[in-house]
Design a protein around this ligand. Structure first.
Ligand code: APR
Length: 283
């Protein structure tokens, strides 16, 4: 087994050598932890350790729209008060560097917090949707799946917040059905909304020259698809996560780095001579 220094050196070298190829990142909740957003699994204060997974289903929304919105409004408010951290900014700087040398970098994020956007990442797929929008719960409505959505800020939640009840859940301005979050729920498919851009993600997975996972527990479908693609194409795989232990797939080109995203990614930039402009853009 290689030492931590050797693994790090290999990581840096692979990024340097990616040249004009596609560097593909897959990010998860761990990258936003330093921004104050709790993860879902693996940490002491992880959300799904406290709240049963059932809260994140469409079945739960149908059973209690009030419960759905109480839970997600609480999360959404928390997101809006958070700022990108050094890991988000480092990734945006890395993308500019990669583009300048004629290459490409893509980020498939499982996070709905929009912190990559606010830090300046451009080639970004919100594979689980985003918290900047809500949508009509009626499939086929022009403001619902598979194409529609409404900016979150255009929706008046004041009656619901004053008195949370099923009757006070905001309704679609087009058809009057209940509104729901614009995010993939556990009992839904990636194909259910065009914004999840599953086909674009699959194209990136096919094209990638290196795949880097940051802050994910590999618990859902997209990370399985990414890993499967990387192993099939025999490209190097890196996982940055302080909880990482062994390299079960080391022989297959998988390198685990036991590091925090907010330290490791700025360090990578520093070692590659990439400057990180940390100008927060307004959401
Ligand atoms: N840097 C990097 N990784 C970290 C850090 C950090 N500072 N702190 C914690 N982590 C790691 C944890 O060890 C954990 O393995 O981040 C990982 C977060 O895992 P999850 O909470 O399961 O997040 P994620 O993989 O994004 O979850 C996938 O599951 O619940 C659904 O839709 C939700 O998008 C989410 C999906």
């Amino acid at each position: 087994m290689a030492s931590e220094q050797e693994n790090w050196a290999r990581f840096r070298e692979v990024i340097e050598d990616a040249g004009d190829g596609l560097i593909l990142f897959g990010t998860g909740a761990g990258i936003s932890k330093a921004s104050g957003i709790p993860t879902f699994r693996g940490d002491e204060d992880a959300l799904w350790e406290i709240n049963p997974q059932i809260l994140g289903t469409y079945a739960y929304f149908e059973e209690t729209p009030k419960g759905h919105w109480e839970w997600f409004l609480m999360r959404l408010r928390a997101y809006y008060n958070c700022q990108p951290n050094p890991a988000h900014y480092a990734m945006a700087a890395l993308e500019s560097w990669q583009r300048k040398r004629g290459g490409k970098m893509g980020v498939i994020t499982q996070n709905v917090d929009l912190l990559h956007d606010r830090a300046g990442t451009r080639e970004l797929i919100h594979i689980h949707g985003d918290m900047g929008h809500v949508r009509c719960s009626r499939y086929g409505c022009k403001l619902g799946a598979p194409y529609g959505k409404i900016p979150y800020e255009d929706v008046d939640f004041s009656a619901f917040e004053k008195e949370p009840s099923d009757d006070n859940v905001p309704r679609c301005p087009s058809c009057g059905s209940l509104l729901r979050i614009h995010a993939l729920l556990f009992d839904e498919y990636y194909s259910s909304h065009v914004d999840y851009r599953m086909q674009d993600a699959l194209n990136w997975i096919r094209e990638a020259k290196v795949m880097i996972f940051v802050g994910t527990s590999f618990s859902v479908g997209i990370t399985s698809s990414m890993v499967e693609g990387a192993l099939k194409n025999k490209i190097p795989i890196f996982s940055l996560n302080p909880a990482n232990e062994e390299d079960a797939l080391f022989e297959a080109g998988w390198t685990n780095l036991s590091v925090k995203a907010e330290e490791a990614l700025p360090r990578l930039c520093e070692e590659l001579g990439i400057e990180i402009p940390s100008v927060a853009s307004a959401l």
